[in-house]
Design a protein around this ligand. Sequence first.
Ligand code: AMP
Ligand code: GLY
Length: 429
Amino acid sequence: MRVLVIGSGGREHALAWKLKQSPALSALFIAPGNAGTDFEGQNVPVDAADIEGIVRFVRSNRVDLVIPGPEQPLMLGLKDRLAEIGAPCFGPDAYAAQLEGSKSFAKDVMRAAGTPTARFEVFTDIEKARDCVREWGAPIVVKADGLAAGKGVVVAKTEEEALDALERMMIRREFGDAGKTVVIEEALCGEEVSFLALCQDDTVIPLPSAQDHKAVFDNDEGPNTGGMGAYSPAPVLPDACAAKLVDELIRPVLRELKKRGHPFTGILYAGLMMTKDGPKVLEFNVRFGDPECQALLMRLDGDILPIMHAAATGSLAETSLSVKQEASLCVVLAAKGYPNSRYAKGMHIQGVEEAEALGAEQGGEVKVFLAGVSQNHGTLVASGGRVLSVTALGRDIAHARKLAYAALERIRMPMGHWRADIGMKGLNR
Ligand code: AMP
Ligand code: GLY
């Protein structure tokens, strides 16, 4: 099979690494990829948002399966365009991708599907939104409807903070059109966890639970990032709960989308808050999380390619997934300054092979997935905010954690930073 992966992060390196192990693979392309994916397959200079460029590439290179990593190409209609030329795509159409792309759309689907989620109202009129904040009081959550690079959500501790967020989103338009509409939500308390499932129409294959670490500093302090680390399984969501979550959170949403004429294919990712009243959905994503993907793929046994192909061609029900008992843990090495848009670049990275060798030395497995890394005359050079993610597989979370941090010590890069507490919530449970 000839496969094209879209994207350029650590998630895409992990996907390429896993796909490369498939006996069914005959060619692997990554658009545009990074220095890590270049090692697994062939990078092609087509941007993830260049839908027509991707379609042209698929046609002229006889690609059998397209796997988009990020949501952006899906929201731009990649699946719909590929359907026109009969090319299978592991992801939803643009309509269903609004589950991630529009918070008001997601909430509307959740309301129709009866999904447990925070109480909410949608506003386009700032006066009405302000009235809602004054009526509900703080704490309260204000969200820009559209995508805002993870910065469009304000969990406000005071009414003033919420009113200020409304002003910035709706009047000053700090997030452009994404803030034309806002969703105001009740603030939920609890531990967050990621629950992902492979879906096609009404077939659901749940993946093991994972937990992301969104804040930049230890103890969940500082601004939100794309994710500073992840581990799986997350004890806050035991495997035994999966079937119930599939029935209560995933299937009703799939049914609602099908009813609307847009059956879902791909990964449905539910960001959950484990509240005292049970799990509630904070958000849906329509793709693998980054870095959850790195942790999850380390735990998958066997070949993922036939499963993704089956989902994209309508026969997911005929496949099954096998998961390793071991635990995985992934620590992100970021560049100084990240998540600010001005962060350090150009640092040389050494020690990747030594880091990976540590896995076998200590009875586990270590893989370094590259993200914001380019090659310069054979040297690895940091070029993005999240530079790489060291991912380990061990007997349990404690072992995987020990391996991941010991491997990270072997990587030499000036001006890097990472969280030292990845996995601690799981260990303390
Ligand atoms: P979202 O993009 O909707 O997942 O929001 C980003 C982050 O904001 C989540 O990971 C949570 O940490 C936080 N958040 C979102 N909605 C709520 C809520 N209703 N209550 C508390 N925290 C929330
Ligand atoms: N790790 C969170 C996300 O990918 O959205």
